[in-house]
Design a protein around this ligand. Structure first.
Ligand code: AMP
Length: 417
């Protein structure tokens, strides 16, 4: 199978790495990719938001499967354009991707499917905003309705900060605060059949101890030793299958990756948000644990034949990923700094650690930082303690001037396990 992956972050590097290890994959392309992906896939330039350009590239390459990584191309209709060119595509249509592209749409689908989530108001005027903030009280949860790269959500005790964020949005969802640990659960679906992956937890705040601003994600781990073993079954029954069924009933079947961001509250599991694609950085740890070759599963989703895909196989190993971010991320990050020590992670005694590139570019022999999140250093081990030791050993070998990373990824879960 010839496969084209769209995107250029660590999630796409993780996807490409898994696809490159799949014996059924005869050729692997990525557009636009990054310096790390270039080691496992042939890179092609493309405007990932231009569906016609992506479809043209896929046709030229003879791709038999296109995998769209990020949300923005999905919301822009890239999967529709690829399918219109007669090529199977992993990823939802523009209409179904609204599940991520509009928080208000997601709330409406959840209401229709009876999926447990935070009570919420959709507001467009200052009066509505004040009424909603008053109704819920602190802590305030204020979400920009549209796509905001994981940064459109403000959770604060400060009513003025909550109001200021709400007023800056065209349309805003204000909702009840959900208290409890968060879990990310991914499912692959073809619009009817739903295949859950293993749960993971990510770390959204920039600094240790969950301090500092929200980011795209600073690290992740899987499995979750503290979680109820029945969690996946429960979420399948109460969240994933009903949501997929509801979208099909509405005439907008969802195929691709359905990402449920969940809060485990005292009153039960609640959906915090849906995403329409693999999460970054959770994908890095989930795929590190998946034994089943990836391409056939993604093709089953794209072709509507997921019911024929055998049950997934998982390693018993734990996986941890630690994000190395640029100076000043998540503000305007400094880019163009040389990254050193990458080869050391591979060559020295760390066969269970690997570096996934997020924002990098090749410049002659040098690899330079080219984004806010630069690398996602991933390791597996017999448990979380060993996986995190290996991941942090690898992090210690990499030098990037001014870079930052959290030192507490998976620490609490490893200690409690
Ligand atoms: P989202 O982009 O919707 O995932 O929100 C980003 C982060 O904000 C989540 O991972 C949560 O940590 C937090 N958050 C979002 N909604 C809520 C909520 N209703 N209650 C508590 N925290 C929330």
């Amino acid at each position: 199978m010839k496969v084209l992956v769209i995107g250029g972050g660590a999630r796409e590097h993780a996807l490409c790495r898994s696809l490159s290890l799949d014996p059924d994959v005869t050729a692997l392309y990525c557009a636009p990719g990054n310096a790390g992906i270039a080691e496992v896939a042939e890179l092609h330039p493309v405007d990932a938001l231009d569906g016609d350009a992506v479809a043209r590239l896929a046709t030229e390459l003879g791709a038999e499967l296109v995998v769209v990584g990020p949300e923005a191309p999905l919301v822009a209709g890239v999967a529709d354009a690829v399918r219109a060119a007669g090529i199977p595509c992993f990823g939802p249509s523009r209409e179904a991707a609204l599940l991520e592209g509009s928080k208000a749409f997601a709330k409406d689908v959840m209401a229709g499917a009876n999926v447990p989530t935070a009570r919420s108001y959709v507001c467009t005027t200052p009066a509505e905003i004040d009424e909603a903030l008053d109704a819920f009280g602190a802590p305030y949860v204020v979400k920009d309705d549209g796509l905001a790269a994981g940064k459109g959500v403000v959770v604060t005790d400060d009513v003025e900060a909550a109001r200021a964020h709400a007023l800056a949005c065209d349309r805003v969802v204000i909702e009840e605060f959900l208290d409890g640990p968060e879990v990310s659960l991914f499912a692959i679906t073809d619009g009817t059949t739903v295949l859950p992956l293993q749960p993971a937890q990510d770390f959204k705040r920039a600094l240790d101890g969950d301090e500092g601003p929200n980011t795209g994600g600073m690290g992740a781990y899987s499995p979750l030793p503290w979680a109820d073993p029945k969690l996946v079954d429960e979420v399948m029954q109460t969240v994933l299958q009903p949501t997929v069924d509801e979208l099909r009933r509405r005439g907008t079947p969802f195929s691709g990756l359905l990402y449920a961001g969940l809060a485990i509250t005292a009153r039960g599991v609640r959906v915090i948000e849906f995403n329409a694609r693999f999460g970054d950085p959770e994908t890095q740890v989930v795929l590190a644990r998946l034994k089943t070759p990836l391409a056939g599963v993604l093709l089953g989703s794209a072709n509507g034949t997921l019911d024929l895909v055998p049950a997934l196989n998982w390693r018993d190993d734990a996986a941890v990923t630690v994000v190395i971010a640029s100076h000043n991320y998540p503000g305007t990050p400094r880019t163009g700094d040389p990254i050193e020590g990458l080869a050391d992670v591979v060559e020295k005694d760390a066969p269970d650690a690997f570096v996934l590139h997020a924002g990098t570019r090749q410049d002659g022999d040098a690899v330079l930082s080219a984004g806010g999140r630069v690398l996602s250093v991933t390791a597996t081990g017999k448990d979380l303690t060993q996986a995190r030791e290996r991941a942090y050993t690898a992090v210690g070998r990499i030098r990037l001037d001014g870079s930052q990373h959290r030192t507490d990824i998976a620490r609490k879960a490893a200690e409690e396990a």
